[in-house]
Design a protein around this ligand. Structure first.
Ligand SMILES: [Zn+2]
Length: 211
């Protein structure tokens, strides 16, 4: 969000009607739950949203992702999603369609889907406490690599090959402040992998008064 890649991010957007509500219902329900937990939201000081969710469309390379600048909305619906139809990670280029543009972090999602055809959903959240708590304790991308760069995609490949990232399905983005990413065989698994750690975060924060 604040850090920028060296290649300017380009999104080629074709305005189109919203996807069918059934196509995004489950994805959106999990997105709203993550928003409730503050894992998707809005930085008023930077006037920018954070956090995004996606699901693969069938067996294709295409995916449905939450739209850019939707982080401030507590309850989104199908009008807040875009279909990413093509991505070029090396060129930092995304092609999408829908009533809104795809999240500017669509390339992070594309890099995760490219790891394995069995990855069907990706969740990317921001949380300062959780990031501090998990960095270098779970698979973590290099602090020198910012999001939206080809190097970040290579970092995910490295983690997938050399760590238990394929099993845990969750990683800290070391070079993207507060950024955490997870994947799953469906959106439930991807979201729960984050929420599981977020529950720990909550207990750590208030050990006596919260139950
Ligand atoms: Zn981010």
């Amino acid at each position: 969000m604040i850090d920028e890649g060296y290649t300017k991010y380009e999104c080629e957007w074709r305005q189109a009607p919203a996807l069918a509500a059934e196509a995004v219902d489950e994805l959106n329900a999990w997105r709203n739950r993550l928003h409730e937990q503050g894992l998707i939201g809005y930085y008023p000081e930077h006037r920018v949203g954070f956090g995004n969710v996606s699901i693969r469309e069938g067996d294709s390379h295409r995916f449905i992702i939450s739209g850019t600048q939707t982080g401030h909305i507590a309850h989104t619906d199908e009008k807040h999603y875009a279909l990413v139809t093509a991505c070029d990670i090396d060129a930092n280029h995304v092609v999408c369609e829908g009533p809104v543009q795809a999240s500017s972090e669509a390339l992070t999602h594309a890099a995760i889907y490219a790891l394995d055809a069995n990855i069907r959903a990706v969740v990317h959240v921001h949380d300062a406490n959780l990031w501090q708590q998990l960095i270098d304790r779970i698979p973590t991308t290099s602090r020198n690599v910012t999001y939206g760069t080809p190097e970040m995609a290579h970092e995910f490949q490295r983690l997938y090959a050399d760590t238990d990232f394929p099993i845990q399905g969750i990683a800290v983005m070391g070079g993207h402040d507060e950024g955490i990413v997870s994947f799953g065989k469906d959106i439930k698994q991807a979201a729960e992998r984050i929420l599981h750690h977020a529950a720990t975060r909550h207990r750590a924060r208030c050990p006596t008064r919260c139950s």
